[in-house]
Design a binder for this molecule. Structure first.
Ligand SMILES: CC(C)(COP(=O)(O)OP(=O)(O)OC[C@H]1O[C@@H](n2cnc3c(N)ncnc32)[C@H](O)[C@@H]1OP(=O)(O)O)[C@@H](O)C(=O)NCCC(=O)NCCS
Length: 175
């Protein structure tokens, strides 16, 4: 599957509201409220010095969204959403590979990129590994769920040196 990654611009606000409120997002906060999305857009949460958002477009359709967060920080984070109808077709993996390249090429000074997910988000965990990230952290009871349960969370990271060499170096847990 081949996708294009198209920057979000303020004129896309209505489309972003429709995208985010159009379905429930597992491992996020369910279906966001329109007013909350609009207020985040107005506050620059999707497009300012610290956050950049890209549509994931395939077959002419906006199939997903990737948001680069802490963009100006030494260690950027990201948020990824693929619409339910487009999951399991390799788009999530393609998006993470794309964002890693985009960040390492556009920010020559950064050495690493991080991401965290809930322990039972098996698809996202598979995406991290397929995109060259290593598991670096396991936070017991680190993720309070909307259902009242508390879940573990897991952290992954990719080093520029691993990305360049294509070899994943796991953390040295005994050092
Ligand atoms: C998590 C998410 C981004 C993954 O994107 P995707 O396009 O579905 O993932 P891919 O098709 O690239 O699949 C990646 C791997 O996950 C595996 N996978 C997919 N769904 C899975 C599931 N429910 N359980 C276990 N593994 C799964 C695939 O088999 C694939 O592994 P493989 O290549 O070794 O077979 C997407 O499912 C999504 O948007 N989910 C809801 C929001 C979310 O959880 N975002 C991440 C928050 S941190």
């Amino acid at each position: 599957m081949t996708a294009d990654f198209i920057p979000f611009v303020p004129d896309d606000a209505d489309d972003l509201v429709a995208f985010l409120t159009g379905e429930a997002w597992p491992f996020h906060t369910g279906v966001p409220q329109e007013a909350a999305v609009r207020s985040r857009i107005a506050a620059g949460h999707y497009d300012d010095d610290d956050e950049r958002t890209f549509w994931i477009v395939t077959g002419g359709e906006r199939a997903g969204l990737v948001r680069l967060q802490d963009f100006s920080d030494d260690t950027p984070l990201f948020d990824l959403r693929i619409r339910a109808a487009h999951r399991g077709k390799g788009l999530g993996t393609e998006a993470v590979r794309w964002l890693v390249r985009h960040l390492f090429e556009s920010r020559p000074e950064i050495r690493r990129i991080e991401g965290t997910t809930r322990h039972d988000n098996l698809a996202m965990r598979a995406v991290f590994l397929r995109a060259g990230f290593a598991k670096e952290a396991h936070y017991r009871e680190g993720w309070p769920g909307l259902d009242g349960k508390v879940y573990d969370s897991v952290g992954y990271g990719i080093l520029r040196s691993d990305w360049e060499s294509g070899v994943v170096t796991p953390p040295d847990w005994n050092s």
